[in-house]
Design a protein around this ligand. Structure first.
Ligand code: NAD
Length: 475
């Protein structure tokens, strides 16, 4: 199921890297080698972009209905191979099989949602100032799309970009994370098997600076769609901006979950644990800042620590480097005067496990409050009032998701109105979107574009306004 060497996929063919160099990929669950991965460079990117450009011409000329049919066939095949897909994700990320199955299902649903656009893809008709004119819109492919993604939920990350890009008639080059290369290779092959013409979706493996940046710099690439950290997003947006390419940045979060004094505390605890620790906190939507109103703070903390004590495992983080970075950040907070209430240490001696960690007494401007850790670490903050809770929630460079726990519709709607976030949840966890809902954040969480939903069509296609003159004198 997992090859010893994961190659690139260019023009429908598996190709080793031009350099002949390979990267080692280990299993996060036990640190054992999983496979070798193509260490691609400019020559591989060059070939993949050329293949995408060539294939796009015929693909983009097909009807939206036909393209939707192919995406539907891909989604159906993915559903059929659910177990195989999920097992690959388990091996390369270390997450539990149930979580992986849920992610495969999310990718399948994205496919079916996008396929349905083949029969919709609605545009607009509007008025014109001159007589005998009709104005309408057409959707046209952007051209060649570079799709650069994170490792955390590898199949949905790929599906969120590749399915709408394919559907909109683009040629695409997917650059997966070096930490999750296998599922992308596997998905690329699955697309071919389901009937996607060779070259419409190419997969180039490798490291960001070596395989990602040449793709971003390539003037034949019309759209750069990136999901990853704000630090990398900044580099990519700068490079793409220099040549004025269309860019979409889906970046990090430092998401707040607010617990009001009228909340159902058991429910709030349950959702805090799920939001902070599922997928080992490696979710852009993870709740890493838990803001609790003063009068229920002690009670909530006691219940939370009890619940955290019962969490058996949160799964490993993706790499040893990531584990050490997370532990160093918690240690630095402790050295700066913070109190580590739970965790703060490695769990086990095999694999890259960090114990679920809860910290309090962290200053709002300390690194642990401001920087995304992408690990199972939650910081507690005490708010003096509801208004104060919103101020604390908004005191962040990020603005991706937010949640509030309250029994009051007034507070819930006030929160939804005032909090800086792209997705707001009332009385549950901080989470992402379903396929039909646009997802994206404000501030350093993104550049304003939404992924998923019909909003994704605006990313992966261009809208053209057509002025149609019908002259009565010529009838
Ligand atoms: P990352 O930024 O390290 O890497 C993301 C991708 O960029 C990878 O494919 C990587 O190889 C590539 N890359 C890295 N450096 C590069 C460079 N200099 N030039 C070109 N490409 C480069 O992020 P990660 O660790 O894989 O993922 C974690 C981040 O992703 C978190 O910040 C998380 O919040 C974010 N994320 C955001 C969303 C969202 O929808 N907003 C979803 C998932 C993850």
């Amino acid at each position: 199921m997992i090859p010893a060497e994961v190659p690139n996929l260019v023009a429908g063919e598996e190709r080793p890297p031009t350099s002949g160099a390979w990267l080692e990929k280990t299993r996060p669950a036990d640190g054992v080698d999983l496979c070798r991965v193509a260490r691609s460079g400019s020559a591989d990117v060059d070939a993949a972009v050329a293949a995408a450009r060539e294939a796009q011409v015929e693909w983009g000329a097909r009807t939206a209905v036909e393209r939707g049919d192919v995406v539907r066939a891909i989604a159906a095949l993915l559903r059929e191979r659910r177990e195989e897909a999920s097992e690959i994700v388990v091996a390369e990320t270390g997450k539990g099989i149930e979580l992986a199955r849920g992610e495969t299902d999310a990718a399948v649903e994205m496919g079916f949602f996008v396929a349905g656009e083949g029969r919709r893809s609605y545009g607009r008709t509007t008025t014109a100032s001159m007589p005998h004119r009709t104005v309408l819109t057409l959707r046209r492919p952007v051209g060649v799309a570079a799709l650069l993604i994170s490792f955390n939920t590898p199949l949905p990350n790929a599906a969120w970009k590749a399915f709408p890009s394919i559907f909109c008639g683009n040629g695409s080059v997917l650059k997966p994370s070096e930490h999750a290369p296998v599922s992308a290779w596997w998905l690329g092959r699955l697309c071919l098997e389901a009937g996607l013409p060779p070259g419409v979706l190419n997969v180039v493996q490798g490291l960001g600076p070596e395989a990602g940046m040449p793709l971003v710099d390539d003037t034949r690439v019309d759209l750069v769609s990136f999901t990853g950290s704000a630090a990398t997003g900044r580099l990519i947006a700068e490079a793409a901006g220099r040549r004025l390419a269309k860019t979409v940045m889906e970046l990090g979060g430092k998401n707040a979950l607010v617990v009001c004094d009228d909340a159902d505390l058991d429910r709030a605890v349950e959702w805090t644990v799920a939001s902070a620790f599922s997928n080992a906190g490696q979710r852009c939507a993870a709740a890493s800042r838990i803001v609790v109103m003063d009068t229920v703070y002690e009670d909530f903390r006691t219940r939370l620590l009890h619940a955290v004590g019962r969490v058996e495992t949160v799964g490993p983080v993706i790499s040893e480097e990531s584990m050490e970075r997370i532990l160093r950040a918690v240690e630095a907070a402790r050295a700066g005067g913070a109190t580590v209430l739970a965790g703060g240490a490695r769990a086990g001696d095999r694999g890259w496990y960090v114990a679920p960690t809860v910290v309090e007494g962290v200053a709002p401007d300390a690194p642990l409050s401001c920087e995304e850790l992408f690990g199972p670490v939650a910081v507690l903050y005490r708010a003096q009032s509801f208004a104060d809770a919103i101020v604390i929630a908004n005191d962040s460079p990020y603005g991706l998701t937010a949640a509030v726990h309250t029994a009051s519709i007034h507070r819930a709607m006030r929160f939804a109105d005032r909090v800086a976030a792209g997705v707001v949840v009332v009385n549950a966890g901080t989470h992402g979107s379903e396929p039909h809902m646009g997802f994206g954040g404000v501030r350093q969480s993104g550049t304003g574009w939404k992924e998923a939903g019909v909003e994704a069509l605006d990313v992966y296609s261009e809208t053209r306004y057509v002025n149609l003159v019908v002259d009565p004198a010529l009838t």
